[in-house]
Design a protein around this ligand. Structure first.
Ligand SMILES: *[C@@H]1O[C@H](CO)[C@@H](O)[C@H](O)[C@H]1NC(C)=O
Ligand SMILES: *[C@@H]1O[C@H](CO)[C@@H](O)[C@H](O)[C@H]1NC(C)=O
Ligand SMILES: *[C@@H]1O[C@H](CO)[C@@H](O)[C@H](O)[C@H]1NC(C)=O
Ligand SMILES: *[C@@H]1O[C@H](CO)[C@@H](O)[C@H](O)[C@H]1NC(C)=O
Ligand SMILES: *[C@@H]1O[C@H](CO)[C@@H](O)[C@H](O)[C@H]1NC(C)=O
Ligand SMILES: *[C@@H]1O[C@H](CO)[C@@H](O)[C@H](O)[C@H]1NC(C)=O
Ligand SMILES: [Zn+2]
Length: 484
């Protein structure tokens, strides 16, 4: 009996502790640029990338900032439709500058993020968010089942352990989890992408990528879970010589300022519209390193105009240039992180046009529904929503992505979900599954009689069969040493 026990235990574990729906984990490393693989600092990520499907880069949405882009990934919609137009924006309804919060993300009840769509299908579908921007708030009046609000003090290994515990929950196993890590963005802003601190973050991200894979394997669910790794944008490194003071061109008290380098949303107070536009336009011609747009002239490909939250005037610094907020932020960073600010101090910036290669995010995916050792052409981050609905077998929703752009990622083509062949397979599969379930029930009854312990946690499994979960133990050790 003892020899047989681990096997039975694993059957029990797999059959009962993960969702019977397709499972997807979406992982975002903030500001992980498409070509950070070239640094050679992320060997584990490189290996996983080659094993599954990847694209050389993704085309994201304007502005190439965190909140607009995460919400476009989650909804398949352009910012003008989902309403998250910047990391901050001026709301004409509340007449104030709004920061992250439910009011930022819940612009309209017509916007249904992937986590809400998944749970709304019911029948045992549960969504989870580990700090994904915007997913903590209720949509259509409902919270998702598993939510962790942003907390940069929470250890990354613990974040992954928590995600795994949601996916393997006995009563409500999550079949969709959004996992967000705020690096290398934070250190990128403070130290620039050439700094040792930044490079260390890439190494840490590489380590947790491996840790996630190790955890899926040690739980014997690596072949059941689809994992999509991506980011929201890249970044470039700039120095204080390129910071431009634009407030000097406007009279104080005549406008509201929202957003951050390189794109500033200016809302002139009533009666000051032309005066401010003309002053900024003249300055931009003299200075030569930033541009000024009236709302009606916003480039069409920004998909940024058709929203009341979109400001009447937008100032865009040229690539490599920063604005007033960088003058302030660089001083603040130097003070908090104890370095001397010089003309050659480096800082990371993103938010430029989506055509700028340095703003491009990365994409790689693996799992049962994803092609192995395959490369696809670069596609748009608004296409990802269709990829998620296909992977999760959810109804298609109107959005700004193109289904055709992502089918090459999938193991079986789109029709595979519905065609006759699969019906036959489902029937045969059903009979086999039926027999299997009968066998399983017998096993479970035996198990319950013999061992009435809780078998679900890795800790419990570790105690009984430490040799099987060596990876887990090693990773736990890392956790204690590095990230307490
Ligand atoms: C969502 O959860 C929050 C607590 O995080 C709670 O205050 C709120 O009432 C919940 N909303 C709904 C609609 O359940
Ligand atoms: C990454 O993990 C290795 C061991 O697997 C460890 O030696 C190294 O210190 C870790 N690096 C970082 C930056 O956490
Ligand atoms: C820093 O750059 C500014 C603008 O280019 C210049 O005026 C100043 O002299 C420089 N300072 C030093 C210490 O090089
Ligand atoms: C920009 O210039 C104005 C006018 O000279 C000044 O009041 C303001 O402090 C400057 N802004 C920054 C961030 O240095
Ligand atoms: C900066 O220096 C102060 C005083 O020496 C210290 O308390 C603080 O922890 C340092 N900050 C960082 C980020 O190293
Ligand atoms: C984006 O999709 C939404 C929802 O289907 C639609 O209302 C909007 O017109 C689309 N935008 C563009 C530019 O096609
Ligand atoms: Zn970001």
């Amino acid at each position: 009996m003892f020899l047989k026990f681990p096997v039975l235990c694993l059957i029990f574990h797999c059959a009962y502790c993960i969702s019977h729906h397709p499972i997807l984990i979406i992982v975002s490393y903030d500001a992980f640029k498409y070509n950070f693989f070239d640094t050679k600092l992320v060997p584990h990520m490189e290996t996983l990338k080659k094993q599954g499907t990847y694209a050389d880069y993704l085309l994201n949405v304007f502005p190439t900032k965190t909140f607009p882009n995460h919400h476009s990934i989650a909804t398949g919609l352009y910012p003008e439709t989902h309403g998250v137009l910047g990391n901050t924006y001026y709301d004409p309804k509340t007449k104030q500058v709004e920061h992250i919060g439910p009011q930022m993300f819940r612009y309209s009840n017509n916007v249904v993020p992937i986590w809400r769509l998944n749970e709304d299908q019911g029948n045992g579908r549960y969504s989870g968010s580990m700090m994904w921007p915007g997913a903590y708030y209720p949509y259509q009046g409902k919270n998702i089942t598993y939510r962790q609000d942003f907390d940069d003090n929470m250890d990354w290994y613990k974040r992954i352990d928590t995600v795994i515990s949601w996916v393997t929950d006995r009563k409500k196993p999550a079949n969709l989890v959004m996992l967000y890590i705020e690096q290398p963005d934070t250190y990128g802003h403070i130290f620039g992408a050439n700094a040792p601190q930044f490079k260390d973050m890439l190494r840490k991200l590489d380590n947790i990528t491996k840790y996630l894979q190790d955890q899926l394997e040690s739980h014997h669910i690596a072949d059941k879970v689809n994992v999509v790794h991506l980011s929201d944008h890249g970044l470039i490194t700039i120095t204080p010589q390129t910071f431009i003071n634009i407030t000097q061109y406007m009279k104080g008290g005549t406008y509201t300022w929202a957003g951050a380098t390189p794109c500033i949303q200016i809302t002139p107070h009533k009666g000051h519209e032309e005066e401010i536009y003309t002053a900024l336009k003249d300055a931009s011609i003299k200075n030569g390193h930033f541009k000024v747009y009236k709302k009606q002239d916003f480039p069409k490909q920004w998909h940024y105009k058709n929203n009341p939250r979109s400001a009447p005037i937008l100032v865009m610094a040229d690539v490599g240039w920063g604005l007033d907020d960088m003058i302030e932020a660089s001083k603040k960073y130097a003070k908090i992180f104890n370095f001397t600010l010089t003309n050659s101090s480096e800082f990371g910036v993103h938010g430029y046009d989506t055509s700028v290669a340095d703003m491009h995010p990365y994409f790689m995916a693996r799992g049962p529904k994803i092609k192995k050792q395959h490369k696809v052409s670069p596609f748009h981050t608004v296409d990802l929503f269709n990829l998620f609905t296909e992977l999760l077998e959810l109804p298609q929703m109107p959005n700004n992505g193109t289904l055709g752009n992502i089918v090459d990622i999938l193991n079986d083509n789109k029709q595979g979900r519905y065609n006759v062949g699969s019906v036959v397979m489902v029937t045969v599969g059903g009979i086999v599954a039926g027999l299997f379930i009968i066998a399983l029930i017998t096993v479970i009854v035996l198990l319950i009689i013999k061992h009435r312990q809780n078998l679900t946690t890795v800790a419990a499994l570790n105690k009984r069969f430490p040799q099987t979960f060596q990876n887990h133990i090693e990773s736990q050790h890392l956790l204690d040493a590095e990230y307490a």
